[in-house]
Design a binder for this molecule. Structure first.
Ligand code: PLP
Length: 352
């Protein structure tokens, strides 16, 4: 607190990301990063882009990346927005599209950044409880609202809402924007991008951080009707003309061009997830059905906070949320085969 702070700053409760400890030999399964490195073609593109042209500003409209994304998804570039990570895309969407007189709706258990943006922009919101199986029920969102946002698959549960459910919400709310945050969709979910042409109230947000192994490059994107994209552009151009630098633009385009690597690493993560879920179940954990690059699990006989502390003492870091309904769960990112084995060894020791 300082007397120099604006009122809004004094009242903020910022989001706290998973920690990035600087310890060697850590098995880091706490922030849903991809255990595999980026495509070698991305690294080559970054090297090539690191040249004298860095003295020049990047393309403020990121035209090449937008066109590449549009081609990838069968859209036109006016239906595509890009930003400095999907957190930035979401921040712009909250201001541009989600602030209305009626409250914004999102699940009681979901990305904990959403209430932070609401506070920042003074957006009225109401949370809607997931059902007992931790599923989003579209019926529970019926009735008047300003807008809706949810992750699909949901975070931190990993549970997905089938596309028919997403479509039901879009149909129930023709006059409200529905934002689907698809940070983890490439690990087995059904993308709503295919619905963009049919629903002018749909905005789909995706990221290069998880399935494309580029959390450090900061690239996110959104797909929707050109009117929604224009709203995002208006806010972006009132804030920062160049959110994506030359390296990020080059790396993101190269990533989209290496489909084989994307498929290979995404399938490897999915295979490890299925193995890890089976191994955890065998140890007595209840594991929610995940289509993400993490699992959300609890053990009926062991306190989650103690398990997290025990894992940490064994140099394995997972995420524990001290929040209602989920305080007995651990969110465990899918590591490579060795990391999953190290996690299981540590857990076996702790449970024995
Ligand atoms: C990781 C994540 C994001 C943000 O990813 P960026 O790195 O900012 O692109 C957005 N939404 C959810 C649900 C996430 O888990």
């Amino acid at each position: 607190m300082s007397r120099f702070w604006s009122t809004i700053v004094s009242e903020l409760t910022p989001y706290i990301p998973g920690e990035q400890p600087k310890l060697p030999d850590l098995v880091k399964l706490n922030t849903n990063e991809n255990p595999y490195g980026p495509s070698p073609q991305v690294l080559a593109a970054l090297h090539e882009a690191a040249n004298d042209s860095l003295r020049l500003y990047p393309d403020p409209s990121a035209s090449e990346l937008k066109q590449t994304l549009a081609d990838y998804h069968g859209l036109n570039s006016a239906q595509v927005f890009v930003g400095n990570g999907s957190d930035e895309v979401l921040a712009l969407a909250f201001m541009a599209l989600l602030k209305h007189d009626a409250p914004l709706l999102f699940p009681d258990i979901s990305y904990s950044f959403y209430p932070v943006y609401c506070k920042l922009y003074g957006i009225d919101y109401r949370t809607v409880a997931l059902d007992d199986a931790m599923r989003i029920r579209p019926e529970d969102y019926q009735g008047p609202c300003g807008a809706i946002i949810f992750p699909n698959p949901n975070a931190p549960t990993g549970v997905d809402l089938p596309l028919a459910g997403v479509e039901a919400m879009l149909r129930d709310h023709p006059d409200a924007v529905v934002v689907v945050d698809e940070a983890y969709v490439d690990f087995g979910g059904e993308s709503a991008v295919a619905l963009v042409e049919r629903y002018p109230n749909l905005l789909v947000v995706q990221t290069f951080s998880k399935s494309r192994s580029l959390a450090g490059l900061r690239v996110g994107c959104a797909f929707g009707h050109a009117d929604l994209i224009e709203a995002l552009e208006r806010v972006k151009n009132s804030f920062n003309s160049y959110p994506l630098d030359r390296l990020a633009l080059a790396g993101a385009v190269a990533s989209l061009h290496d489909e084989a690597y994307f498929q290979q690493t995404r399938q490897a993560v999915i295979a490890s997830r299925e193995q890890l879920a089976a191994d955890l179940t065998e140890l007595g954990f209840e594991v929610l059905p995940s289509v993400a690059n993490f699992v959300f699990a609890r053990h009926p006989q062991h306190d989650a906070a103690q398990l997290a502390a025990g894992l940490r003492a064994r140099c394995v870091i997972v995420r524990h949320f001290n929040a209602p309904r989920i305080s007995q769960y651990l969110r465990i990112s899918i590591g490579n085969v060795g990391e999953c084995a190290a996690l299981m060894a540590a857990l076996r020791e702790l449970l024995s």
